[in-house]
Design a protein around this ligand. Structure first.
Ligand SMILES: N[C@@H](CCC(=O)N[C@@H](CS)C(=O)NCC(=O)O)C(=O)O
Length: 316
């Protein structure tokens, strides 16, 4: 008579595996993406200083004094690289790369910088007891060894307006007075529903918070599609900071957010005006040098472990 292995009932494994995985997932997500009632809340930035030419300011205007720390996959950091490139600030503002650490979480320096191996060490050099999130982009002051600003929406305004005396394309104004109202109103809508909206889809912890985020994301994309029927850019025929802020999300959309974050009602490619708009901005001088699609895919799919435990990168 053949001996039969006694196995535990399948349901036992399923219940245990579900319980363990769900508890671990919730723990990891609470670190990665703070949630309130199942809905993702982006933590606010902590360093909000300005650079200007007033002599009593700590952060005065100088070429080669400030440096940007960026990670290539990050859409918020990408904004700052785009403005630096468009304004022609490559020779006055240095860029240093950080890369995601698969095992420790957080960012590590591509090369030792300010004697720091990690971005957290850099934050703590600036503020020794700093315990908050260590995000990119960081606008760093090499003279005082402190963080000037770590909020991308502010850094791009600083780069657009304060460094004109060193910029090779100083005449380009991405935030002109006569368009400010229109730029601010697009920014408000796009930040919440698109830039952060894709994260609200991906990091949602309940079906209803996901559906709310996903429906509002696509409703705003539909509005933008309609607006672009008669306009080259969001605010007319001039490229502005609103376009920069939208572009960095759109260029990542079909290759990452569509599948990893379940932003799957439509692809950007299927919107005729939006896809024309992305190509148009992409073809501006040197914009293609500000990002790398392979790195973007590898970082998102490889590092957001709770959303993609196998680390598999989908083919596209
Ligand atoms: N408020 C920031 C958000 C930047 C941000 O969330 N960056 C992400 C990368 S895409 C980050 O560095 N996350 C690391 C962390 O939260 O620990 C900005 O817009 O500058």
């Amino acid at each position: 008579m053949s001996k039969q292995n006694k196995s535990l009932p399948t349901s036992f494994f399923i219940v245990i595996a579900r319980f363990v995985w769900k508890s671990l997932w919730q723990l990891m997500m609470s670190q990665l993406a703070p949630n309130e009632k199942g809905s993702y809340n982006r933590p606010s930035s902590q360093f909000l200083h300005q650079i200007n030419s007033y002599s009593d300011s700590i952060y005065t205007l100088e070429a080669d004094r400030y440096c940007l720390y960026v990670g290539l996959s990050c859409p918020w950091a990408h904004r700052t690289l785009m403005v630096r490139t468009l304004k022609g600030l490559e020779n006055s503002i240095e860029v240093k790369m950080v890369i995601p650490s698969v095992n420790q979480g957080g960012w590590i320096m591509e090369e030792l910088s300010e004697n720091c191996q990690t971005l957290r060490q850099l934050y703590q050099l600036s503020q020794p007891n700093y315990q908050g999130r260590c995000t990119v982009p960081v606008l760093w002051d090499k003279t005082t060894k402190t963080i000037v600003n770590n909020e991308s929406s502010e850094i791009i305004i600083i780069l657009n307006s304060q460094f004109n005396q060193f910029a090779t394309n100083a005449e380009l104004n991405l935030y002109p007075d006569d368009l400010k109202l229109s730029i601010d109103s697009w920014n408000e809508k796009i930040y919440h529903h698109v830039n952060n909206g894709v994260y609200r889809c991906g990091f949602a912890q309940t079906q209803s918070t996901y559906e709310d985020a996903c429906n509002s994301l696509f409703s705003v994309l539909d509005d933008i599609e309609a607006n672009l029927l008669n306009n080259r850019y969001l605010c007319g025929d001039r490229l502005t900071l609103a376009d920069i802020r939208l572009f960095t999300t759109l260029i990542r959309f079909d290759i990452v957010y569509y599948s990893l974050f379940k932003c799957s009602l439509k692809s950007i490619d299927s919107y005729s005006n939006l896809s024309r708009y992305v190509k148009d901005i992409d073809n501006l001088s040197a914009i293609k040098d500000t990002y790398d699609l392979k790195v973007i895919q590898k970082d998102y799919f490889g590092n957001l472990f709770p959303l993609n435990p196998s680390g598999i990168i989908p083919l596209s």
